[in-house]
Design a protein around this ligand. Structure first.
Ligand code: 4AD
Ligand code: MG
Length: 474
């Protein structure tokens, strides 16, 4: 492979030897005798400034933003400010022209909505490319973390027969046409045409909303497992933190008995990720208002230890106190905080941004608000779970101890309208029959992590090709 611009910049320190550069033109500045062009191949934030003598080539008319080029030249110390090195170009080849009159990605600031409409060209903007590299760094940091903790990286199915979260947000999957056998039936291939009115799998199939239940089956043998998978939810909320397709890092491990321990692992893993992708984060910070405050808040989150933990009951009491405070002329929240009701995003933001001023674990929610698999606490009212709330984003992680006792699990399932002996969840209940062990885990939304560490406000800008209700462009 030819070297990337990042590799060239790392290894060629002013040797003046010939280098070959491949990339796309980001900007062109013509002067009387020379032309400056920034070329980037997506491997680094800055790209490389190329200096071309105007006598060099007749190809110059094709040297426009977006054109793909091959250049040969020598890397020399740059006399100008802004970059340590520049490329003194000997030869230039325009590989793919890009007509500046119609190219949709112009230099002026383009609105987020406009760029979402051009999702296939959006990765060409510096900000989107920086987000992609940052996402990559975060994923590598997460993998490295779990590797160090001796977790096994596992792949769980995307097609499922269950709705892990029980929120009724699954996408149903059906074949687009009647499947017919490709070949005539033989003894090895007993294919028969399927009736279009029956299910392909003989039962309804859905896209997964979470890998958790399958990870629990794996953790019952492998002890420590994790997955990084796409998840699909037919979300009704159209907010800056919800997508219909997002990626979730999920970990599940046996022999954990306290919610506090699960929170501890989440904290270590997220703190680790806060150190990743510093160049990209600096580049992204440049364009965003209020960055100083945000960067400070991230730095203090990375340094403070341990992140505060409060129960849901304590959180509600703090919210109620604030909401009914006589010092305030109007009630601050649109939704009144009340025990037994879910925390609204305005409540989550207040807890992390105002009360704690940093990440906070809220634990032990009422069992009525949470899915069937969470372990019931001794009070029989709350479950051993937590949400990690962070400033500017709200809920970043959700996790719990799982109900490992057979009878309490069967009871909870029945009260959630699920059949513990049925085909969909019978296998899950089985895990409690054969060598059940205390275990727990969590799920972290990757796009929300990207949003938090970068300051990018909407998760629609934290994934290459976002999907949400009524929007799937490519
Ligand atoms: O809180 P959630 O729904 O938890 C679960 O699915 C558990 N089964 C995970 C587990 O314990 N293994 O989702 C976990 C995280 C949320 O905290 C949030 O960060 C992210 O996934 N998330 C979304 N991100 C973007 N768009 C959506 N629609 C999301 N729904 C959840
Ligand atoms: Mg949640």
């Amino acid at each position: 492979l030819p070297r990337t611009i990042r590799q060239i910049l790392i290894s060629e320190k002013d040797t003046a030897s010939k280098v070959h550069v491949h990339g796309w033109i980001k900007s062109v500045r013509r002067q009387k005798n020379v032309t400056f062009a920034v070329v980037n191949d997506g491997s680094c934030a800055s790209g490389l400034q190329a200096v071309l003598s105007n006598s060099l080539d007749a190809n110059f008319h094709g040297l426009t933003n977006g054109a793909s080029v091959r250049m040969t030249g020598s890397l020399v110390t740059s006399p100008g400010a802004g970059q340590a090195h520049e490329l003194k170009v000997d030869s230039l080849e325009i590989v793919g022209e890009c007509n500046p009159d119609v190219y949709p990605i112009q230099k002026q600031t383009l609105t987020l909505e406009y760029l979402r409409d051009h999702a296939h060209l959006r990765p060409r903007t510096d900000a989107n490319a920086a987000m992609l590299r940052l996402r990559n760094s975060l994923v590598k940091s997460l993998h490295a973390f779990f590797e160090r903790q001796d977790f096994c990286y596992a792949h769980t199915p995307i097609l499922t027969s269950s709705d892990c979260e029980g929120a009724g947000e699954t996408f149903r999957v059906t074949p687009s046409s009647t499947p017919t056998p490709r070949e005539a039936p033989t003894p090895e291939c007993e294919c028969t045409p399927l009736d279009p009115h029956t299910e392909f799998f003989s039962k309804p199939a859905y896209l997964t909303v979470s890998s958790q239940l399958h990870l629990e089956a794996l953790a019952s043998s492998m002890s420590r497992v994790y997955a990084l998978s796409p998840c699909f939810r037919a979300e009704r909320s159209q907010t800056n933190r919800h997508l219909a397709e997002f990626w979730m890092l999920e970990a599940e491990w046996a022999w954990t008995k306290e919610v506090d321990d699960v929170c501890g692992l989440v904290e270590a893993c997220v703190k680790d990720a806060l150190g990743a992708g510093r160049d990209e984060r600096a580049l992204l910070a440049r364009g965003i208002a209020g960055q100083e405050e945000r960067v400070k808040s991230l730095e203090s989150a990375a340094a403070s230890e341990p992140w505060p933990r409060m129960t849901y009951t304590e959180a509600i009491s703090e919210l109620e106190k604030y909401h009914t405070s006589t010092a305030l002329r109007t009630r601050p929240f649109a939704f009144e905080p009340k025990w037994g009701h879910g925390l609204q995003s305005e409540h989550e933001k207040w807890l992390s941004e105002v009360l704690v001023k940093g990440p906070v674990f809220v634990t032990d929610y009422p069992s009525t608000l949470k899915p069937f698999y969470m372990r019931m606490n001794d009070d029989e009212k709350t479950v051993a779970c937590f949400d990690l709330l962070v400033p500017f984003v709200g809920e970043l992680v959700g996790g719990s101890l799982r109900e490992e006792r057979l009878e309490p699990l069967q009871q909870r399932m029945t009260s959630h309208g699920l059949d513990p002996a049925g085909e969909e969840y019978g296998w899950y209940v089985d895990l409690r029959r054969y060598g059940s062990a205390p275990h727990g885990g969590f799920g972290l939304g990757l796009e929300r992590l990207v949003s938090w560490v970068s300051g990018i406000e909407n998760v629609r800008e934290c994934i290459a090709m976002p999907r949400w209700a009524k929007r799937m462009l490519l």
